[in-house]
Write a new protein. Structure first.
Ligand code: GLN
Length: 533
């Protein structure tokens, strides 16, 4: 089905795309290959059609007949699936991801595949081997990562929404850098079928959108259990509904309908915890690394100011704000990088130059062929992570790294559940929670800085990894998190995020949609609204 684009859109899109380079493959005229038989998976087509037919009308109208973009590590039949890597540069996907299939069944059309850090590894999109993506707010700066192309395309108005993936913050970091909404659904809430795996136990498909209402609509279209992904499931009936919550019955403050208890995890609280741990380990390498991490996690004044303002605005909207502390978070980054690289080293073993992607012109024997394909195909960051992953999984060392990281992960989840409750115990009110009641959400920074520059004005690879602290904990805990714009400082957007208990995406969206009604999201200079509604 041909997509009908609004008048004046194509020249507008061409001009932006020349400046920002959001797309690896762009077909703005939006012809879906093999229209009508997109997935090649008939059972999947029927399930997607059923799901689309059940969409509430307010969701359907924000998706139907509209274009969307897809990060180039999510499969769309007939489109590129490069993962930002030389190894897969010419690879065309033979099938379509479930999330994409559901959006197509709901009347959406894929118009292109967006740039990313190679295999989703990074926070800038600059480690894409294929091209550079610039931030629509300031083209000398990065768009964030790893879903930087998706965020930039939405921020510039080239699409109303885009799919990304979030393993440790890759939807929320670029959402914050580009001034758009970024939802990382809870683990298993959206099928991962068709997402090229980086770290399977941490990641999922996420949504970048122009408004909270759009984000809700897209989430309601893509969520749900899928037989093709055994870790996906439907939201339990007790979870907050996405539509028609009416709010009053879904909050414990019945005398104050729709108002929520929001925990605030400030950067100071986290920095203090890391500094205390560094002091304990003073003198050894671990202590030094923690000290450097504490520094890297410190918010720049502009980000800190916008975070404080968001806190006050939420209080001004009638929510109750309370301070919370997640003590095990201080080890979040080391745990995240241990688990993520361990899983990456296993997941990326499939790229051998035989089954996928580029083959070297000549090789002595199969081992030599694999060596040559990987040597030429993988970028430096990917090689580093595969090596790290094989190191932490080495026989005899698993206790010291991998299993310890899993224990930290369990601790972080338990810390969050103490404040947020679980889907099972949420209704009890949380008398045992610190403060005597559960929080509906926890407000946190997304990233210590705004979009950074390149070269001199950039962030070192170590600082970029340490800065994942605020985002990676939602992945370690498997909880949903929603990033939203809370200000523009020095011409660059700043985001904050709300974390919730499993399957509470509806609550997070309620809070942000109400916030947006009062404090509309900013747009970069030159933005034209083609997709309002
Ligand atoms: N910055 C993180 C990393 O490099 C996040 C990646 C992601 O979420 N895909 O691993």
């Amino acid at each position: 089905m041909a997509l009908s684009l609004p008048g004046g859109f194509l020249p507008y899109a061409d001009e932006w795309e020349k400046k920002i380079g959001a797309f690896i493959e762009y077909r703005p005229r939006g012809l879906t290959p093999d229209a009508g038989a997109v997935s090649g998976n008939k059972a999947g087509d029927r399930a997607a059609e059923r799901a689309a037919a059940e969409l509430p009308p307010e969701a359907a109208s924000l998706v139907r007949d509209l274009p969307f973009a897809v990060k180039d590590n999510i499969a769309v039949k007939g489109f590129s699936l490069s993962c930002g890597s030389r190894l897969l540069e010419k690879f065309i996907s033979p099938y379509t991801a479930t999330a994409v299939q559901k959006l197509e069944a709901a009347g959406g059309t894929v118009v292109g595949k967006t740039n990313l850090d190679e295999f989703g590894m990074g926070s800038s999109t600059d480690s894409s081997a294929l091209q550079r993506t610039n931030n629509p707010w300031d083209q000398s700066r990065v768009a964030g990562g790893s879903s930087g192309g998706s965020a930039a395309a939405v921020a510039a108005g080239l699409v109303p929404y885009a799919l990304g993936s979030d393993t440790g913050g890759s939807v929320r970091c670029p959402a914050s850098f580009c001034g758009v909404v970024g939802l990382k659904p809870g683990y298993g809430a959206v099928s991962r079928y068709g997402l090229v795996a980086y770290a399977s136990s941490l990641e999922g498909i996420g949504i970048l959108a122009d408004t909270a209402a759009r984000c809700r609509a897209v989430f309601s279209a893509v969520r749900g259990g899928d037989p093709m992904d055994q870790t996906s499931r439907d939201a339990p009936p007790s979870s907050p509904p996405l539509y028609g919550a009416g709010n009053a019955e879904n909050t414990r403050n019945t005398e104050n309908a729709g108002k929520k208890v929001i925990g605030v995890l400030s950067a100071e609280t986290i920095a203090k915890a890391i500094a205390a741990a560094a002091a304990q380990e003073a003198g050894d390498a671990g202590g030094k690394a923690l000290e450097a991490a504490a520094q890297a996690a410190e918010l720049e004044p502009e980000t800190a100011g916008a975070f404080m303002a968001a806190r006050e605005r939420l209080a001004g909207l009638g929510h109750t704000l309370v301070d919370v502390d997640i003590p095990s978070l201080k080890y979040g980054v080391p745990a995240y990088y241990t688990i993520a690289t361990a899983e990456a080293s296993a997941n990326l073993a499939r790229f051998d130059g035989i089954r996928y992607g580029r083959r070297p012109g000549w090789a002595e024997n199969p081992d030599d062929l694999i060596d040559k394909a990987r040597e030429a195909g993988f970028g430096a960051e990917v090689k580093l992570r595969i090596l790290l992953g094989t190191f932490v999984l080495r026989a005899g060392f698993q206790d010291r790294y991998y299993l310890r990281a899993q224990r930290i992960r369990a601790g972080i989840r338990a810390n969050f559940e103490l404040y947020l409750g679980t889907p099972e115990n949420a209704k009890t009110g949380g008398a045992s929670a610190p403060g005597g009641r559960f929080c509906d959400a926890i407000l946190m920074p997304v990233f210590p800085t705004r979009a950074f520059g390149r070269g001199e004005t950039g962030l070192s690879p170590f600082a970029q990894k340490a800065a994942d602290l605020y985002t990676c904990c939602a992945n370690l805990a498997g909880l949903p998190a929603l990033a939203f714009p809370v200000g523009v400082e020095g011409g660059l957007p700043v985001g904050a995020q709300l974390l919730g208990r499993a399957f509470s995406e509806g609550t997070l969206l309620d809070i942000v949609e109400e916030y947006e009604a009062r404090y509309p999201f900013p747009r970069p200079a030159g933005y034209k609204a083609f997709w309002e509604g």
